[in-house]
Design a protein around this ligand. Structure first.
Ligand code: ADP
Length: 292
């Protein structure tokens, strides 16, 4: 229990952890911020429609509540832009499924819907960036990081983020999406068995999302994330409003926030998101078979 409290407690970040993150990020990329300064077409980190999206080495962040689709849209954009999709939730899950010393404590924290300490997240992120660097990766879309103002300040100390995309959906949709989420243990893809139909409030448009069903070969291998229960999803949402929502103001003040209200499922939202980012798909789109 003492170990878990230590992990939960907001600990001061050691200067070596920040130095390690700085080292990884300084080699990750320099080109997008340079391009932003040079390009008159750059607005909110969007790309010139005729620019080859793969040459930009973007350094973007995806913000948004649990279940909103950060992983889905983040990974699609990464395939389009040729940068890695780095989701700290995945790094945490990899660590807790290993037999490493942290796995037991991390499982408890995640299953309570709490945040793990900044120190641990920074260390997992540094390791991930380091292994990417060894493979020649550059640029990134971060999903699930930063999640606290402190994490955002650390990120600002070590690199220049070009754009922060804030994905939004009504809370009732978020809960249904988390409860309907299924993951294939073999291919790792996310599916969703929920059929969502939420009426619009105060004259606003409603939202419908068709289920995203797995192909036959995945059906027998589906599992549900242990933190996708109603009580834990509600706690994750509470923690999000308390610790992560202030990041919207933080990045708005930096002029980097792009707000995006998802109009529905992937077929409606994906083209609109590309439009909002001024991304031209002609000749660049890659095929995607599955998403959350
Ligand atoms: P969500 O669907 O809630 O966005 P994620 O898959 O991003 O969930 O993260 C799963 C869990 O991993 C979180 O509930 C939290 O315990 C931990 N986690 C992920 N990223 C961070 C972070 N940046 N800081 C602290 N904890 C994190």
């Amino acid at each position: 229990m003492a170990a878990m409290n230590r992990l939960l407690k907001p600990s001061p970040i050691s200067s070596s952890a920040v130095a390690s993150l700085r080292r990884c990020l300084s080699t990750a990329t320099a080109s997008e911020s340079d391009a932003r300064l040079k390009s008159p077409s750059y607005s909110h980190g969007s790309l010139h429609p005729r620019a080859d999206p793969k040459g930009r080495n973007v350094q973007w962040v995806f913000l948004g509540c649990p279940g909103v689709g950060k992983g889905t849209y983040g990974s699609r954009l990464c395939a389009l832009l040729g940068v890695p999709h780095i989701a700290t939730g995945d790094l945490v899950r990899e660590e807790l499924s290993s037999s490493g010393p942290l796995s037991h404590q991390l499982a408890e924290i995640v299953n309570q819907g709490k945040l793990v300490s900044d120190e641990i997240i920074i260390s997992l992120l540094s390791k991930r960036l380091e292994s990417g660097e060894a493979k020649g990766e550059s640029g990134f879309i971060l999903d699930g990081f930063p999640r606290t103002i402190r994490q955002a300040e650390i990120l600002d100390e070590v690199t220049d983020i070009g754009l922060v995309v804030n994905l939004k959906l009504p809370e009732s949709v978020l809960v249904e999406k988390c409860l309907g989420r299924r993951i294939c243990s073999e291919c790792g893809k996310n599916f969703n068995v929920a059929s969502i139909n939420v009426k619009g409030e105060n004259g606003g448009p409603g939202i419908s999302m068709a289920p995203l069903l797995p192909p036959p070969q995945c059906v027998s291998k589906l599992f549900t994330r242990s933190d996708d229960t109603e009580a834990v999803v509600k706690e994750r949402l509470r923690v999000y409003y308390e610790k992560s929502q202030p990041l919207e103001e933080y990045y708005r003040n930096q002029g980097k926030l792009l707000e995006f209200d998802l109009p529905g499922g992937i077929p409606e939202s994906w083209p609109r998101l590309l439009e909002a980012l001024n991304l031209d798909l002609d000749g660049h789109e890659e095929k995607h078979s599955a998403a959350a």
